[in-house]
Design a protein around this ligand. Structure first.
Ligand code: MN3
Length: 387
């Protein structure tokens, strides 16, 4: 019996690569549900190829076009984010890959957890925003969460067979992004085109900017804290520009385990689908003669302040990581629209974090309300002060 997979965010970089993994393993996996935000043409094309039970386009404006494009096929077509939450609960679905961007991943992930799907988690913002709540629900509903993020997949793979053994620390590797060697003065004037050129990974625009600003690594620290239930002070970021070691675990006897490979998201995607098995693949193999030097350095948290903000937000806890995430989503969008400079993204996030009320034990509604208010507040700050 093949496993039925839902891909939330199928037209993005992770979604497309997940479909390649499924296409290469047709006897094992079937597509049950595909969802996209705006790219209805690409979604229709994917639906034609993979014949899911249903497709959802989040932006309702595109519903009629999508419906017409698939009129000759027996595929259910829906629109709106509420439809994603409902379709994900289909009892035939075994695995839900959450590859949506940002806060929008939270609600459907909760619906998937409550209906006992295996969560292949690519949307790190879900854990950044509401890790405590998500872990509580996953425990209550006995739902496994398997990381797709390459660093977390690496750590997850290092932990196979280590149940009960204490972790001394996690070494989360970071490429350092395109501005690793830039000075603060240079960072002041970098453009979105500079920031969109990632040295090792080919990803969507939002995560590429997050990588350049190291907000992505900050989010990954928080993501690791919740996935592996470890104190944030035991998570160390290590800049490793070659991106060959995807992350490491140091155990209490001093032994360090690492997972290596060429930078290719299909490996962690496939592992999340096949865990605990490994599937034969034709992915590019690591050729050590091409990587004769692996280097490591400490991150510069004065240059990349977002990384420090993430540690601080996590220590403050409550809704502070949610505040951090909402402010970041707005500043990244503003930067991509040339409304603010690269370093101003951090200035704005810091100002928002300092001037927002902390809710110590937020409910799900508090997270939604925090997200809504911080988006408004951050936009107001940009409009009043930065233009
Ligand atoms: Mn990553």
């Amino acid at each position: 019996m093949s496993k039925q997979i839902a891909i939330l965010g199928s037209t993005g970089s992770i979604g497309v690569q997940a479909l390649e993994v499924i296409a290469a393993n047709k006897d094992l996996y079937e597509v049950n549900l595909l969802t996209a935000n705006n790219q209805w043409e690409k979604l229709a094309e994917q639906a034609r190829t993979f014949e899911p039970d249903a497709v959802v386009i989040a932006n309702k404006e595109h519903y009629t076009k999508l419906k017409e494009a698939l009129a000759d096929l027996p595929i259910k077509v829906y629109a709106g984010s509420e439809a994603i939450n409902q379709c994900v609960e289909n009892p035939n679905i075994d695995i839900v890959l959450t590859a949506l961007v940002g806060f929008s991943g939270l609600a459907p992930t909760i619906h998937a957890i409550k209906t006992n799907k295996v969560i292949a988690l690519a949307n790190k913002e879900t854990l950044v925003v509401a890790g405590e709540l998500i872990n509580r629900l996953a425990l209550q509903f006995q739902t496994p969460i398997i990381p797709v993020d390459s660093e977390h997949s690496a750590i997850f793979q290092c932990l196979v067979g280590e149940v009960g053994n204490n972790i001394e620390k996690l070494l989360l590797t970071a490429s350092g992004g395109p501005f690793r060697n830039s000075t603060l003065k240079e960072l002041k004037s970098v453009t979105k085109n500079d920031a969109l050129k990632h040295p090792n990974w080919n990803m969507g625009a939002k995560i590429t900017i997050d990588s350049a600003s190291m907000m992505n690594k900050g989010f990954e620290v928080i993501e690791a804290k919740w996935l592996f239930n470890i104190d944030i002070d035991r998570i160390e970021v290590l800049v490793h520009p070659q991106s060959v070691i995807h992350s490491m675990v140091q155990f209490e006897d001093g032994a360090v385990k690492a997972q290596l490979g060429v930078p290719d998201m299909k490996v962690p995607i496939q592992y999340a689908f096949s865990f605990p098995d490994r599937l034969k693949s034709n992915f590019e193999r690591l050729d050590f003669s091409k990587y004769n030097t692996l280097t490591f350095e400490k991150p510069d948290m004065e240059k990349f302040r977002n990384l420090a903000f993430a540690y601080n937000a996590s220590k403050t806890s409550g809704n502070m990581p949610c505040i951090l995430n909402a402010a970041n989503e707005i500043v990244v969008s503003a930067f991509l629209h040339d409304r603010i400079g690269f370093l101003e993204m951090s200035d704005i996030i810091e100002e928002i974090m300092m001037n927002s009320e902390v809710i110590k034990q937020p409910t799900l509604e508090d997270y939604f309300e925090t997200d809504r208010l911080i988006r408004i507040k951050t936009n107001e700050l940009i409009n009043n002060k930065y233009r």
